[in-house]
Structure formats: structure tokens, C-alpha cells
Design a protein. Structure first.
Length: 57
């Protein structure tokens, strides 16, 4: 059992690293979504809440 007892700690460490990375990526994704919405709204002829289609540009 001594060999097995070391494994959960390594797995736990990897899990915490992955959780931190996941949180960072979710935050980056949220920022990118907000930036996309902002710049899409800034396009000429855009109106708040309108759906933009290629023919409407």
C-alpha cells in the first residue's frame, strides 16, 4: 500500500493545477465574449440588440 499512498497526492496536485487553469481559461473566455460583443456593437450601422447578418452590413 505504500506505493499507492503517494499516487493520490500527485493526482490531487494535478487536479488543483487543472482547476486553476480551467478557472483562468473561463475568465479569459468571458473577457473575449465581452470584447466581441463590444466591438460587434461598434460596427457601422449596428443597433443595440439587433441581429447582424451578412446582408445587413
Amino acid at each position: 500500500m505504500a506505493a499507492i499512498s503517494g499516487r493520490p497526492k500527485a493526482g490531487s496536485n494535478e487536479l488543483s493545477v487543472l482547476k486553476r487553469e480551467n478557472a483562468r481559461l473561463q475568465e479569459e473566455n468571458e473577457i473575449l465574449e465581452k470584447a466581441t460583443a463590444y466591438f460587434a456593437w461598434q460596427l457601422p450601422g449596428s443597433t443595440h440588440g439587433s441581429v447582424r447578418r451578412p446582408g445587413n452590413w
